[in-house]
Design a protein around this ligand. Sequence first.
Ligand code: AMP
Ligand code: MG
Length: 339
Amino acid sequence: MKTLIFDSATEDAIKICADIIKRGGLVGMPTETVYGLAANALDSEAVAGIFKAKGRPQDNPLIVHIANIDELYELAAEVPETALKLAEAFWPGPLTMILPKSDIVPREVTAGLDTVAVRMPSHSAARRLIELSGVPVAAPSANSSGLPSPTTAQHVIRDMNGKIDAILNGGDCDVGVESTVISLACKTPRILRPGGISPEDLSEVIGKVDIDPAVLSELKKDEVAASPGMKYKHYSPKAKVYIVHGNFENYKKYVESAKGENKFALCFDGEEKLLNIPALTYGHAGSSREQAHRLFNALRELDDLGADTVYARSPAMSGMGLAVYNRLLRAAAFDIIEV
Ligand code: AMP
Ligand code: MG
């Protein structure tokens, strides 16, 4: 398949992409979190195409993106007060809510679950594309399944060229990690995946929020994942990644003693100058927001450099740091080295 590539998200380009979605096609769509692979959420065949292009496991449900709050009432069987409070505070933006699904949502979207994930993105091109398509848009991250999520149009081109109808370049993604997924289908709202909105921000608006154990620990064999996506190895470059817990001094000692061909440090800005091993950085130690913005690109760059082993500095876990740590943990397949 020939993939149309639009170098900028002009109104004309967005119109062509909206027509593609109306006809059941697939579009690489910029959002403020990561690039999405968008299709008509109400068209099962189009949705099946998403799974095929990504090589995504069939039991991993998709997030439905909307441009207008009215669409929430069409997709969800009920909309609790908490959902409205969260929408008021964080939409449009990087928050996905899980609610009981209505009958119009095909089972392909929810992977057979009786709940649906809904988000209203803030990226203007994403909103316009959804508006012009005239339908809610199902969109997982636009990477090949298992690889780091795409935060630039170049990343999408690399993974999806020839497999989808079009790619719309809307610039680098501002947030850089996926949305926070919160379930409102349980008694106390529960974060299933940390992301662009921190647990602290959520608690300020709706009070107590639980964090699902799968956010920070590996599921045991046969344990059912509240968020099916959390059970898969994810966000991984070709290299074997380790998270190294400990202060910089101990980190330096450890990585320098482990150094060898194609082994890289992934550290914070400024630290690379103090290390006697090839290193890439992913933001300042004190800025979770910057780390989130740069992490996936750094993981992809390590592949370009031919890294086979990567020792990553461990981020702070508060605020958006929880999302950064959660992604690194999966990139590392839960391998942590204490120093
Ligand atoms: P992605 O779009 O690739 O960032 O992945 C979407 C994430 O949302 C995955 O981790 C899914 O498991 C999660 N998700 C989507 N729908 C549901 C749902 N109905 N219940 C729980 N998790 C969901
Ligand atoms: Mg994904």
